[in-house]
Design a protein around this ligand. Structure first.
Ligand code: MLT
Length: 302
């Protein structure tokens, strides 16, 4: 029997794909591990471990180097949660324009009855004027599964979309997405965009990519979204830009203490993939990959 250990909740639609050669175990000695956000860095890797399936795209929570040394294959599920993440990013885009959360918080403070409240609403609503996104330029950094979906959805809302991807074959992304204007460089994207959204993995080349030098290239009052990874922005440089208003609004699902209560920041927990549909898609893909490798030695998406 092959033993599979789960370190997070994995949707049963995925687990049900294991046949009777597999069993889900609690003990440390597993052939396969399935996880979502559990951080494996301090974990001892079982001697029999052959494969790890991450139900999600990023693999920062897995000790890749130690896995490579031991010949353990690490799978992820690119694209399986892309629609769910895109939908949260689109909410972020609207929050980047209008202070909807501020307006909701303010409305909850209103006291009185009937006409009294109506008068307070009328008097206060001018504090919450924000621009329309239609006609504005959205810079999309990273044109993988999520970036492309975000770009096309933003097009649907009437935005001009400028895309840049430092890693994937840029030409093929453009061939498939004629709607996206190509930025020749990241700096050009920074200079031309009214809104910027980041969709790249965290790695040495992308760590701190939003820093003082790059922020200085951006338009005054630019609106920034980070639903990808903490660490892509240099926190101190970003906080300075938020305080000065150079960055008018920052919407992220990587909250941390210094920005939690800033007026021009909206912090959401890391919820992009948290839909039942995406949890099922990721589980089905991760289980299929791990099962196929352990049973047949086939490798997909490692
Ligand atoms: C991912 O890596 O796929 C996303 O960050 C979503 C998640 O796993 O929560």
């Amino acid at each position: 029997m092959y033993k599979i250990k789960t370190l997070n909740n994995i949707a049963e639609e995925g687990l049900n794909l294991f046949n009777d050669k597999f069993e889900i175990v609690d003990d440390a000695d597993a052939n396969g591990i399935l996880l979502r956000s559990y951080k494996m860095h301090d974990m001892e890797l079982p001697d029999n471990l052959e494969a790890i399936g991450r139900a999600g795209a990023g693999v920062n929570n897995i000790p890749i180097d130690r896995c490579s040394e031991k010949g353990i294959v690490v799978f992820n599920t690119p694209g399986a949660n892309a629609n769910a993440v895109k939908e949260l990013v689109m909410a972020g885009l609207l929050l980047a324009s209008r202070d909807i959360t501020g307006a909701i918080d303010w409305a909850k403070t209103l006291k009185g009855k009937g006409e009294e409240v109506a008068k307070l609403v009328e008097a206060g609503k001018s504090n919450f004027v924000g621009p329309e996104i239609k006609g504005k330029t959205l810079g999309v950094i990273g044109l993988g599964a999520i970036g492309v979906l975000v770009a096309n959805a933003a097009k649907g809302l009437g935005m001009q979309v400028l895309g840049y991807d430092p890693f994937i074959s840029v030409e093929s992304a453009w061939e498939l997405n004629h709607n996206i204007q190509k930025s020749d460089s990241l700096d050009e994207l920074f200079m031309k965009s009214d809104y910027i959204t980041i969709h790249v993995p965290l790695m040495d080349a992308t760590k701190g990519m939003i820093n003082e030098e790059k922020i200085n290239l951006m338009k005054d009052g630019v609106r920034l979204l980070n639903f990808s990874r903490a660490g892509l922005c240099n926190d101190a440089d970003l906080e300075k830009a938020l305080e000065s208003g150079k960055v008018a609004r920052y919407i992220t699902d990587f909250p941390y203490d210094k920005v939690l209560n800033m007026k021009n920041v909206v912090c959401i927990p890391h919820l992009g993939a948290s839909t039942p549909e995406s949890e099922v898609n990721c589980a089905v893909m991760a289980v299929s990959e791990v099962k196929d490798y352990i049973e047949n030695g086939n490798i997909t998406n490692s």
